[in-house]
Write a protein that binds this ligand. Structure first.
Ligand code: GRF
Length: 227
């Protein structure tokens, strides 16, 4: 299979970009494009010898104009895949359709729970015991679309938003490179039913409980009282 060409879009820190660059993917990073001129991720790209470009949304009168400029920059590289890695702009339907089935995103929640912003704060407020992250193909509805891979983490008692974010981020750095590798290897198929099928080993008995079952049993047998 020929090497795939990737274009990565960022807006900020670039830690997912860094994880992708360090993963030894069977892919060529053609360019990293940021809408924020001060994005730290631009330095991350440069440190890995990857070309960068800035398409500043403030310099365009509206969303369609910005998306057209962005598409023009992307299309110079004829990418197989456009990878959103902390890209914080809502994209127009026309843009999403232009890159249909080759536009992927990582979102810091177990979609379809908590689309949108401030996912960790909202997960804590909702009192969920399990939180996580999702890699998915992008469709016109924000933070939805065929799911490629998810990773779950426990929400621990007393977690701050920052602690939970760090625990999820560690999983983002694990699953995003894996998902891109699977796509590059031709192991990801998008069905007509809008769902992803994977050529991948699956374990039938895998599960995650939070708190762990053992902990629940320990609680039941202790002097713990319900208030
Ligand atoms: C990540 O949590 C990603 O899931 C979300 O924005 C954050 C970007 O972080 N979409 P970074 O720029 O990759 O460090």
């Amino acid at each position: 299979m020929s090497e795939k060409t990737l274009v990565v879009l960022i807006s900020g820190r670039g830690s997912n970009l860094e994880a992708l660059l360090k993963a030894g993917l069977p892919a060529r990073f053609a360019t990293v494009i940021s809408n924020e001129p001060a994005a730290r991720g631009l330095a991350v790209a440069a440190a890995h010898g990857v070309a960068t470009a800035i398409v500043d949304h403030r310099k365009h009168p509206d969303r369609p104009a910005f998306d057209s400029a962005l598409a023009a920059e992307i299309d110079r590289h004829q990418p197989d895949l456009v990878v959103l890695a902390g890209f914080m702009r809502i994209l127009t339907d026309a843009f999403v359709k232009r890159y249909q089935n080759r536009l992927v995103n990582i979102h810091p929640s177990l979609l379809p729970a908590f689309p949108g912003l401030e996912t960790h704060r909202r997960a804590l407020e909702a009192g969920v015991r399990i939180h996580g992250c999702t890699v998915h193909f992008v469709v016109t509805a924000v933070d939805s679309g065929p799911i490629i891979v998810q990773a779950a983490v426990p929400v621990l008692p007393g977690d701050t938003e920052e602690q939970l974010a760090q625990r999820v981020l560690a999983q983002e750095h694990r699953i995003y490179p894996e998902a891109i590798r699977w796509i590059c290897d031709g192991r990801v198929a998008l069905g007509l039913d809008g769902r992803v099928s994977l050529k991948q080993a699956w374990a039938a008995n895998g599960s995650l409980a939070s708190p762990p079952v053992e902990a629940r049993e320990a609680q039941n047998s202790s002097t713990w009282k319900q208030h």
